[in-house]
Design a protein around this ligand. Sequence first.
Ligand code: GRG
Length: 298
Amino acid sequence: MDFVEHAQCLREEVDRALREALNFSGECPAKLGEAIHYAGLGAGKRLRPMLVLLAAEACGGNRDAAMPAALAVELVHAYSLVHDDLPAMDDDDLRRGRSTCHRAFDEPTAILAGDALLTRAFEILATKIPSPEMATGCMAVLAKAAGAEGMVGGQMQDLLATAANEEASDAEKERQLEAMHCSKTGALFVASLQLGGIVAGATAAQRAALLGFGEKIGLAFQIVDDLLDVAGNETQIGKRVGKDDTLGKLTFPGLLGISESKERARGLILEGCTHLEHFGNRGTALRELAVYLGERDS
Ligand code: GRG
């Protein structure tokens, strides 16, 4: 099986489990339930859950035991997309090839659906991971990565950067851009790999290797995301392109140019993959995923 087929199988497994995880049996109002399903089950790539599952396998664990952690990361990611698209944030109308959640429903419902996806993530970690130590370990890692010192903090840096720092040197702008992406996007990539490690009972050395790998590929992913915003195909990507430029955002292609940005992404992926040597053959699927991240067109 080549990596594309492997990734498709993983995506289908994740989607089946996601559907079940978003099946609210209690008193969830129907409209809220619909918005949660709409945002949580849209046609995303499911990269973060794949990272969780493949990291667990690289550390000698199995996919079934890692699935609750994989779902939790995907739900946090889905919430962040809903809130990122809101008028007060990026004000987008297209996501995953269809209307954003607040356009398909309304703004208050989208805010609440995002909140419910976020809280469901932690409910799943608390109730579906049998070992209490592993469950609390996962909750601590995911909360930190998603919060003020991670994704939410990175989003704030992004909002502040748009208007400020005009005077900064290119080197300083690059440093700020990397720091912002490390928090906004990279933290959840690193957390995905760490969660896979935790549920597989990884050693400290294995977790350090996953961290080294995650930091590099998280940044490479974001550089490719910036490149797709400049030169990608809106239908393939499923979201508007050219937004960064319209919003006056600092981006890697804006700062380094297109070919240097591509070179940078390639270099980061190669560097990241050196950390996978620690896992021998068990790291192969993570390596293939990293290569895919660099070459993706959506
Ligand atoms: C609490 C208001 C509030 C906000 C939460 C919105 C937010 C904090 C953070 C934004 C983080 C964010 C949306 C980062 C963008 C990362 C990114 C490039 C997402 C696209 O990821 P893909 O390509 O998406 O993996 P798919 O659709 O494939 O899952």
